[in-house]
Design a protein around this ligand. Structure first.
Ligand code: GDP
Ligand code: MG
Length: 177
């Protein structure tokens, strides 16, 4: 997971948003440290984690911000969004309400962030297929309508987590170049 002496060509700030308990912190733990915890405490303190990876032959430091328990409506401050070039909008495929709140999060994001921000919609916990409450088609349709990337992930099984970050980071790189 990266040589500390590596030269950095770009630093991209990406923010995680979405309702509480959808798996934002575990998605980040999986991406930044390849870890997962089933009884994760509400995130306190840590603002962001980084991982350096190679995108189109350039070394990119991804600085991923986690909401640290500010998931109540409008509690996320504008400082959180400042400078963000990417966003991951996360819901839980087993909790319909977390998907129904996505338009609200999107509105918040669009109100605070740069207009060129790259956004991916993420349906997490897709290892829990037998508890699915959000059809993949509904999310796909919404993402298409709003011009968002879309993937279902499992932080538990490490499904598509890497792909989700690579999708966002590569698109950010392409928008810049
Ligand atoms: P956050 O509040 O959005 O940061 O959510 P957390 O990352 O703290 O996760 C909330 C709960 O969901 C924890 O018990 C996690 O272990 C669990 N969780 C997170 N991701 C997954 C996943 O992909 N699959 C399953 N089955 N559980 C998950
Ligand atoms: Mg959290």
């Amino acid at each position: 997971y990266g040589d500390p002496n590596q030269k950095i060509d770009y630093i991209f700030k990406v923010v995680l948003i979405g309702d509480s308990a959808v798996g934002k912190s575990q998605i980040l733990a999986r991406f930044a440290r390849n870890e997962f915890s089933l009884d994760s405490k509400a995130t306190i303190g840590v603002e962001f984690q980084t991982r350096t990876l190679v995108i189109e032959h350039k070394s990119v430091k991804a600085q991923i911000w986690d909401t640290a328990g500010q998931e109540r409506y409008r509690a996320v401050t504008s400082a959180y969004y400042r400078g963000a070039v990417g966003a991951m909008l996360v819901y839980d495929i087993t909790k319909r309400q977390t998907f129904d709140h996505i338009p609200r999060w999107l509105e918040e994001l669009r109100g605070h962030a740069d207009k060129n921000i790259v956004i991916i919609l993420i349906g997490n916990k897709n290892d829990l297929e037998n508890q699915r409450a959000v059809p993949m088609e509904d999310a796909k349709e919404f993402a298409q309508k709003e011009g968002l990337f879309f993937l279902e992930t499992s932080a538990l099984e490490a499904t598509n987590v890497e792909t989700a970050f690579l999708t966002v980071l590569t698109e950010i790189y392409n928008v810049l170049n």
